[in-house]
Design a binder for this molecule. Structure first.
Ligand SMILES: [Zn+2]
Length: 134
């Protein structure tokens, strides 16, 4: 599998093996820094969002390959903003602006969990030799 943590998780929790394998395959197609919303990925993969979030959380827990972050979504432009920065700015300066559109973010925005891929995906397979146009 792509992530070392996936191998370990699949070995520890045989009931998750198939889902872990599928999640690992999805992660292998993403770029470093990609933000994974478990609800959206669950819809794409047609799996239970709670199971998926548990798998992602377990992968984020013991490896630095994936990290768990909290986001608040800007109601104007839908840009996800860092929830800790938002809370700190609201408490300190009384205002937090969206990093996407620079509008002030209203207080009381709900937090959502995302998982961020922290490693580069595996290299693409070598192109087949022979038949290469010169
Ligand atoms: Zn915005």
């Amino acid at each position: 599998m792509f992530l070392a943590g996936s191998e370990r998780l699949a070995a520890e929790k045989p009931q998750w093996r198939e889902l872990v394998g599928r999640v690992d395959g999805e992660l292998a197609t993403m770029r470093k820094g990609a933000e994974i919303d478990p609800a959206i990925l669950a819809r794409i993969m047609k799996v239970d969002p709670f199971d998926l979030e548990n798998v992602l959380r377990a992968l984020a827990g013991d490896e630095s390959d994936l990290s768990e972050r909290q986001r608040v979504v800007c109601p104007s432009c839908r840009t996800p903003n860092d929830a800790d920065r938002y809370a700190k700015q609201l408490a300190g300066e009384g205002e937090s602006r969206c990093t996407g559109c620079d509008e002030p973010l209203p207080s009381g925005l709900p937090r959502s969990t995302v998982f961020v891929l922290e490693v580069d995906p595996p290299p693409a397979p070598e192109p087949p030799r022979g038949n290469v146009p010169i």
